[in-house]
Ligand binder design. Structure first.
Ligand SMILES: [Zn+2]
Length: 270
């Protein structure tokens, strides 16, 4: 009886640990995990940007987003500071990861925007970048996400993209195909920090989950939340659509850590 009970308890403990933080996925667009023993909460920075820290069992875990543009093989350095101790540095070894090419055809204005559109893009870029790089102190229990919408998921994160044969920045999210009007829900709680109709992203919602963990939802047909609103897991935030630079109705779902896009597939649990 007792061994069985111990086994069950261990199983629960390991499940909890597995849910608390994603797996160590040390490649461009992936997530690096740094284990930090001790009781005092450390602060961790990567490239002078603060990184997310979670408590797991009797240690702390730094969850570090690795930029898609990171050279691989290579390394990034995490600086760990604990009150009343000298700060130390830990190297995260980065493995190479092959991303395919993706070629798409879109309306010409999305490849060759006019002067007025360029000015609009510039203003929107600043708003979006500020929201994606925002830091809000918060204590997080974990980073596990429920899918914001059901549907076929592309594995196109990180793909090098060509629009009408012109090279553009890599794909920084996951595309989930669903019919226009399908409700999109928050995959974890947070604060809505930006909503708007943007040139490339169409109708967009950005949610701040705390400690630099941010999610982005694009091409919506409808937005159903306001800036500053607190959303719980499962709250409807909008509906799938085909607004902005798209080839059809889908949700562009992206996740960010320390200001860098990481593959949402590494965080989804369903
Ligand atoms: Zn997309």
């Amino acid at each position: 009886m007792i061994p069985k009970l111990i086994f069950v308890m261990l199983a629960i403990l390991s499940t909890t640990a597995a849910l608390a933080s994603p797996a160590h996925s040390p490649w461009p667009g992936g997530i690096g995990i740094v284990h930090i023993p001790g009781d005092q909460r450390p602060s961790v920075t990567v490239d002078d940007q603060p990184a997310l820290v979670l408590r797991a069992g009797n240690e702390w875990i730094a969850v570090v987003g690795i930029p898609l543009g990171q050279t691989a093989p290579g390394a990034i350095t995490a600086t760990i500071s604990v009150p009343n101790q000298e700060s130390r540095q830990v190297e995260i070894e980065i493995r190479a990861h092959a991303y395919e090419e993706q070629r798409l055809s879109v309306d010409r204005k999305y490849v060759d925007p006019g002067q007025e559109e360029l000015e609009r893009i510039f203003v929107e870029r600043e708003i979006i970048d500020a929201a994606l790089g925002h830091w809000r102190e918060a204590s997080l229990a974990g980073l596990s996400l429920k899918a914001p919408v059901g549907g076929r998921r592309s594995s196109s994160f990180g793909r090098r993209r060509f629009f009408n044969d012109q090279p553009r920045s890599p794909h920084k999210g996951m595309d989930i195909t669903a019919n226009s009007g399908t409700p999109v829900s928050a995959p974890i709680s947070g604060v809505v920090t930006a909503t708007g109709n943007y040139f490339f992203n169409g109708n967009t919602v950005i949610i701040d989950h705390g400690q630099g963990f941010i999610s982005l939802y694009c091409h919506l047909s409808e937005i159903s939340v306001d800036e500053g609103e607190w959303v719980s897991t499962g709250t409807a935030i909008g509906k799938v659509g085909a607004t902005g630079r798209v080839t059809g109705a889908h949700l562009h779902f992206a996740t960010y850590l320390n200001g860098t896009a990481v593959d949402p597939a590494l965080l989804l649990t369903d």
